[in-house]
Design a protein around this ligand. Structure first.
Ligand code: ATP
Ligand code: MG
Length: 190
């Protein structure tokens, strides 16, 4: 199995690009953000707890998302691999992922990082808010907190995966098709 990590700041276009990537490479797309939004929509206890954190632009506890990921690794079979979108988001999650994969005799195949500058994050999320209606896209304070959370907790993963020799970066500026072909150029190497 291949284990790709789709990395990038909020609003980088991960969800958009993931659709093309999963189809082209026969991967199971796993978005932890989407899984959590499904829990919220279903009104589960987990969803209720997650909603307050997500609406504040904070992260949900590592164990929660780690559990979601592991149960998918255990149940999904008929694909060439996984496309992890929004996970890992902390060094602790990256270490947990490495441990989960090591137990299965597997490892992270590659990180594909979509990079956009901070000024673009706000623009893109505000544009998306009108289309998708996500609660955490609707409020400027929430977005600013997500950007801060990204820099504080998630960005250190760039160094983590550079050290592991798994980090690949695609410029996220340009049309959807332009960014897609940069990403496919990276994916085709693995
Ligand atoms: P985009 O949809 O553009 O990728 P995003 O990365 O901010 O933007 P999601 O990945 O959909 O959004 O995540 C939404 C929220 O869900 C996050 O702000 C966070 O609160 C929570 N979340 C998602 N994944 C994780 C994770 N791995 N660890 C902790 N919290 C998470
Ligand atoms: Mg997303």
């Amino acid at each position: 199995m291949k284990y790709y990590i789709l990395f990038g700041p909020p609003g980088a276009g991960k969800g958009t690009q993931a659709t093309a990537m999963k189809e082209n490479y026969n991967l199971r797309h796993v978005s932890t953000g989407e899984l959590l939004r499904n829990e919220i929509a279903a009104g589960t206890e987990l969803g209720l707890k997650a909603k307050a954190l997500i609406d504040a632009g904070a992260l949900v506890p590592d164990e929660v998302v780690e559990g979601m990921i592991e149960s998918l690794f255990n149940s999904v079979k008929d694909v060439n691999g996984f496309l992890l979108d929004g996970f890992p988001r902390t060094i602790a999650q990256a270490e947990a992922l490495d441990a989960m994969l090591a137990k299965r005799g597997e490892e992270v195949t590659a990180v594909v990082s979509i990079m956009i500058p901070d000024q673009m994050i706000m623009e893109r999320i505000k544009h998306r808010a009108a289309i998708e209606g996500r609660a955490d896209d609707a409020n400027e304070d929430t977005i600013n907190n997500r950007i801060k959370t990204y820099h504080d907790k998630t960005e250190p993963l760039v160094e983590y995966y550079k050290k592991a020799g798994k980090y690949n970066e695609a410029d996220g500026i340009g049309t959807i098709e332009e960014v897609r072909s940069r990403i496919f150029g990276i994916m085709d190497k693995f």
